[in-house]
Design a protein around this ligand. Structure first.
Ligand code: NAD
Ligand code: MG
Length: 374
């Protein structure tokens, strides 16, 4: 008999006493009860999800918990960024307190990055920290937000402004759950996968040129492999710099340009974060080529990889536009608050050779963007 619950890949995040494993593979949800039981002395597990994900997968999770002798206590928030708010955080904490949850209880985030960020912050605050487990259900959450311990809610002043670094005790990434994810969300997650290749892994870039379409098509072997390589890359960077005082900034490749696109678009759903990052990474590489740092044909290879999967890389075709260079530069200035006329930018000296330029010249960036729009 084949064991369908066996993890295909396991990645360790090394952070001294806060180290943990990421298990990656199809059907992991069936073994969730067995995986969670050792983390608690209580006969129950708290699970926070959103309405969509809960409707699809809470039943499977309950079955697996119950087979391990664990009762599931479930709360579902409404899907969408609105759940990352003070009000909902308060509701979650009220729920946990009224259920009598303690530090030795486990709180599971079953969902995408929104549920993960909210749940992690709630777990960090409950009695100064209860055990937290991530069960990411979007591709973006599996390769990015569930790893590294950043948790947050939004404020009226901006996104993710109130949060904590709080690491999970375990991450269970069931790649089978991605089957129900809308195609656009899937591609948005794929952009973050390509990012890891572009940061420091040229061999992974070559691999994606061969197998990237299998990842996007959710062929389970290729998918689990890509998720594992991505998690290993993020784990490596986070282990060196948990609180982003140095190399962790490399994870922002494409994000300064991307964030500017999102800001000009007003963070509406017409432009997903990953879609913005795909265009943003292309801009970062093309700008690197303009500065003579890398070959424009290599920038073209990255662009082709993203386009082949269905992501838009050309600035004048990015969803949610039109964008102007002046609006984009203004947004970058707001975001980075660098010294007069300068901002930090993640650029590259080739595919898989990203580095941090602390003082990119905004006037030159504006001229570059103007050119990209025509
Ligand atoms: P999300 O959590 O909103 O999920 C996207 C949509 O897909 C939602 O409507 C959700 O209900 C649905 N969904 C989730 N899983 C599904 C499944 N398996 N099948 C069908 N539908 C499913 O979005 P996201 O892109 O995962 O996360 C975005 C959030 O992550 C943002 O708030 C962002 O700030 C945060 N983020 C955090 C970090 C971090 O390091 N903590 C990193 C990146 C992003
Ligand atoms: Mg991102």
């Amino acid at each position: 008999m084949t064991d369908t619950t066996a993890a295909l890949h396991s990645v360790r995040v090394e952070l001294d006493a806060r180290s943990y494993d990421i298990r990656i593979g199809a059907s992991l949800i069936q073994g969730a009860g067995t995986a969670l039981a050792p983390l608690t002395s209580q006969p129950r597990v708290f699970v926070l999800t959103d309405g969509t994900v809960g409707g699809l997968y809470a039943g499977d999770l309950e079955k697996s918990l119950s087979a391990a002798g664990l009762e599931m206590r479930l709360k579902a928030v409404s899907p969408g960024e609105g759940a990352k708010s003070w009000a909902i955080l308060g509701e979650v904490l009220d729920w946990l307190l009224s259920e009598g949850a303690g530090r030795d209880d486990v709180l599971v985030a079953l969902g995408g990055g929104i549920v993960g960020d909210l749940t992690g912050l709630a777990a960090s605050l409950m009695k100064r920290g209860m055990t937290f487990v991530q069960m990411p259900t979007t591709l973006l959450a599996q390769v990015d937000s569930s790893v590294g311990g950043k948790t947050a809610v939004n404020a009226t002043q901006g996104k993710n402004l109130v949060g904590a670094f709080y690491q999970p005790a375990l991450v269970l990434a069931d790649t089978g759950l991605l089957a129900t994810l809308p195609a656009r969300e899937r591609l948005a997650g794929y952009a973050e996968i390509v990012k890891y290749a572009l940061i420091d892994d040229p061999a992974f870039f070559d691999w994606l040129e061969k197998h990237g379409l299998d990842v996007v098509a959710l062929k389970q072997d290729a998918l689990a492999e890509a998720v594992a390589i991505s998690c290993r890359a993020k784990a490596r960077i986070v282990s060196q710099d948990e609180r982003e005082s140095g190399v962790r900034a490399l994870l922002n490749l494409g994000h300064t340009f991307g964030h500017a696109l999102e800001a000009v678009n007003g963070f509406q759903s017409s432009l997903l974060h990953g879609e913005a990052v795909a265009a943003g990474m292309t801009l970062a590489l093309r700008y690197s080529a303009r500065l003579g740092l890398m070959d424009i044909t290599d920038a073209g290879r990255a662009e082709a990889l993203l386009e082949k999967a269905g992501l838009v890389t050309q600035l004048n075709r990015v969803p949610g536009g039109p964008y102007t260079s002046s609006a984009l530069v203004e947004a970058m200035k707001q975001d980075k608050k660098g010294r007069a006329g300068k901002i930090p930018l993640i650029l590259a000296r080739g595919l898989g050779k990203a580095f941090i330029l602390p003082d990119a010249d905004l006037a030159d960036v504006a001229e570059f963007l103007e050119g990209e729009l025509h």
